[in-house]
Design a protein. Structure first.
Length: 202
């Protein structure tokens, strides 16, 4: 049985940190996993910048509440979920993602959590599991699923390569050039067609 595993930011919704960077006027926060493959290093760097500027969870949530999914993302998910199970596997955090999940019709989401102090400052973060995207794909495969994966960043490559079929979506020219064996798409209609064309073993 096929199950689809999708990245969230950059695929279904805009990059949260880029949007927050624009609103806060802190250009350094535009850096994402498209630029820095080491997610732990990236997040600790981000939290340091937030502390420097006295910005906490509330300020980020205020920006997130104004973010809409990418055009066509909800329709893509709705159509995909008619035929197969879909899980969004993201390195984001529950405290960030839930307003966006509401706008996408509450698909299944596997992500991480933030440690927030009484003063509203983000003190730390807790990853659900090490190498969460690859680990989740492997776990799904171990219980009888064939995974189909799609994402846009360096941290999506392992789950894409480990899956029965995998696709890059709205990725960077460098990532696409470095991975010529992975089909790359820019439009939801093309990604939907590619996923639906993957044979189901059942």
């Amino acid at each position: 049985m096929n199950i689809v595993c999708l990245d969230m930011e950059g695929v279904l919704v805009p990059e949260i940190w880029i949007e927050f960077s624009k609103v806060s006027g802190i250009p350094e926060l535009k850096r994402t996993t498209r630029d820095e493959p080491d997610y732990d290093k990236l997040m600790r760097w981000r939290l340091g910048i937030l502390r420097e500027h006295g910005l906490g969870l509330k300020e980020i949530q205020n920006v997130i509440s104004q973010i809409d999914p990418l055009p066509g993302a909800k329709e893509f998910l709705d159509e995909l979920r008619k035929d197969m199970q879909v899980i969004i596997i993201s390195d984001t955090f529950t405290q960030f993602a839930m307003p966006l999940m509401a706008k996408l019709g509450y698909p299944s989401l596997f992500c991480n959590s933030l440690v927030v102090g009484e003063d509203g400052m983000i003190e730390d973060f807790k990853m659900r599991i090490e190498n969460s995207k690859l680990s989740t794909v492997r776990a799904l495969q171990s219980i009888g699923f064939d995974t189909i994966a799609s994402g846009d960043s360096y941290n999506d490559l392992d789950m894409i390569k480990a899956s029965k079929a995998g696709f890059l979506f709205k990725s960077t020219e460098k990532i696409i050039a470095d991975n010529p064996d992975i089909p790359a798409f820019e439009e939801f209609s093309d990604l939907l067609a590619a996923i639906k064309a993957v044979p189901d073993s059942n």
